[in-house]
Design a protein around this ligand. Sequence first.
Ligand SMILES: [Fe+2]
Length: 346
Amino acid sequence: MLRFFIPGIVLISISSCIQPDQSFKEAAPVSRILFGSCARENKPQPILQHIIEKQPDLFIYLGDNIYGDTEDMQVMQEKYDLLGSKPEFQQVRAATTVLATWDDHDYGENDAGRHFRAKAASRELFLNFWEEPVNSERRKHEGIYHSMLLGPEDMTVQIILLDTRTFRDNLWKNDGSGPFKNDYMPNPIPDSTFLGDQQWMWLEQQLREPARIRIIASSNQFGHEYNGWESWTNVPHERQRMLDLISSTKANGVIFISGDVHWGELSKYEVKGYYPIYDLTSSGLTETWDSVEVNRNRVGDPVLETNYGMIEIDWDKPLPLISFRIYDGQDSLKLHHQISLEDINF
Ligand SMILES: [Fe+2]
């Protein structure tokens, strides 16, 4: 296991590398994680200024970070360059540690999965733009999934960045014959996959790493109710597989964060025999939608304005408190819900 510092901020540990342990106690606890998604590179992004003012320990881009939508990698690169040239984006990068995963539009095609022809070339651009080190484990496997352990030993936060694109089978189009709506119906083929075998095996290893809180960043929503748009509910047996994996690895403290849908909300997914899975969705940094879908798992109200999300951890308590927040583009607090770590433990 390799542990190293991002200067001035946190200590990172990347599993599958082996290196003698270094001074864990020198690492600062991670207590404020901000995130967002769905940002058009050709629009101003003033919301980033509010994100900087919150002084996050981390900012996570959850996908649709640009609207690439092309197999032409010159066009894709130009769009990354446009984002990279924005002063507000440069200021975020200078102010905090920035992590990223992708969704369909920065992968390269609306709703695309494993059959997208330019996925290898797109991956190269993604990893280069997000400054993945040349010797990173992330560059040694197909796709862009990645994980890290942050903070001191008794306050470890694990960040798991899923790749919901590279390995995902085609979605099952809603043919209008059943009780389904919008674009997609649940895929009935039992071995159809969302993450792919290789990523599932990797994820099992990550969930066996010791950590108190685990933030799983999934571009697509996990914990909401089926609504016919892209999400884990399109492949329900894979969603159940996730619950079963969390259970079999006894991975305490799992929280999902997600983007993609152009509104913000908190979902609480409760299945008998498992602890509740909270999924805090923030979308988008520039994009909004003109309606919101029914979601019986929703806690509080949806956020229809541009928005960003925040998870704050109060480590001062014996059982840490975890706050979920969504702020809109004017920096008004639109959603706040607090739980104890005890609530998401076996
Ligand atoms: Fe998307």
